[in-house]
Design a protein around this ligand. Structure first.
Ligand code: BV8
Length: 257
């Protein structure tokens, strides 16, 4: 068992309520590119923060919708990795383990985590731009993306406005209930695991500060340092896919690789 794993077990002993705050790095080992990674292929010339906005969608709906369709089709083909499954198993090691995720890929739910708060929505939930009417993407999963990657968004069956992904774009407010729940559970938790996030996107990046000021023991799992690293109780420089299965095994909840 690594020193960091031993230290994490020590720090978590006695913890009853735990929160796991996850970012794009949590899904990297499932094959979902993170935001910090250079965009792959078609998208390498774009900055994600310039595509993930309502203004970008209104300016070039086909490019933005094509990007999300490409990501949505990718996410449907990948699976949760052992780190996701370890987080789901760790629920049994504490009275409560809430996953608060910035990710929109749904992999925590698919891994079996029973209590997941999605701060930035879900790439699976399509709705129309003007009035938020839900849109069933059935049939889009097999749509071949053209060379350009640009796909004209379908029109809402109710009001005719263009269909957008059900995610929170930059400049948009987070779902009030999700943010309020995240703040509440972080304020009340004994320990906060911060996994696979660059801690640069707000207001999610404020949650670890809220945990620290509420007296939580904060453990960061990330191969890279982040602005949070100097202030956490334990910095565990490892991937989510390596650290979390080691931690769940050490806490008596082993998962298959
Ligand atoms: C808002 C959905 C109110 C879309 C996303 C202060 C307060 C409030 C707002 C702001 C503020 N300052 C600035 C803002 C504006 C903005 C913001 O934060 N900008 C940043 C760029 C500075 N915030 C907003 O606009 C938010 N809205 O506040 O509303 C408002 C309203 C109007 C006007 C003003 C304010 C909305 C933010 C949500 C945006 N939507 N996602 C989509 O997915 O397409 S954010 C998106 O990017 C992701 O969801 C994710 O949150 C973020 C990327 O961050 P990470 O998840 O951390 O991923 P990243 O790639 O950065 O890092 C990966 C990490 O993993 C790295 O550290 C790496 O080392 C590590 N890693 C890699 N591999 C592994 C690993 N770790 C473990 N294991 C591995 N294998």
């Amino acid at each position: 068992m690594s020193n960091q794993c031993e230290r994490a077990v020590e720090l978590l002993s006695g913890a009853r309520r735990v929160v796991a705050l996850t970012g794009a790095g949590m899904s990297q080992e499932s094959g979902v590119p993170t935001f910090r990674d250079a965009q792959t292929g078609l998208w390498e010339r774009y900055d994600p923060t310039e595509l993930a906005t309502a203004a970008a969608f209104q300016h070039n709906p086909a490019r933005v919708f094509g990007w999300y369709l490409w990501r949505w089709q990718l996410v449907r083909k990948v699976a949760p990795h052992a780190g996701h499954r370890a987080l789901a198993a760790l629920v049994r090691a504490f009275d409560e383990l809430v996953v608060v995720t910035q990710n929109v890929d749904g992999l925590h739910r698919r891994a079996g985590s029973p209590d997941v708060t999605e701060l930035h929505g879900s790439i699976d939930a399509f709705r129309c731009f003007d009035q938020g009417h839900p849109y069933d993407p059935a049939g889009l999963e097999s749509l071949e993306l053209p060379e350009s990657g640009e796909v004209q968004p379908p029109e809402c069956h109710v009001c005719g406005s263009p269909v957008r992904p059900g995610v929170v774009w930059f400049g948009e407010f987070l779902p009030q209930d999700a943010l309020e729940r995240a703040c509440r559970v972080v304020t009340e938790c004994d320990a906060l695991l911060v996994i696979g996030t660059s801690a640069l996107v707000y207001p999610a990046a404020d949650l670890p500060n809220l945990g620290l000021s509420s007296g939580a023991t904060v453990i960061e799992i990330n191969p890279q340092r982040t602005p949070l690293t100097p202030r956490v109780r334990l910095s565990w420089p490892a991937s989510a896919g390596a650290a979390l299965p080691a931690l769940s095994a050490a806490l008596g909840q082993p998962v298959a690789p």
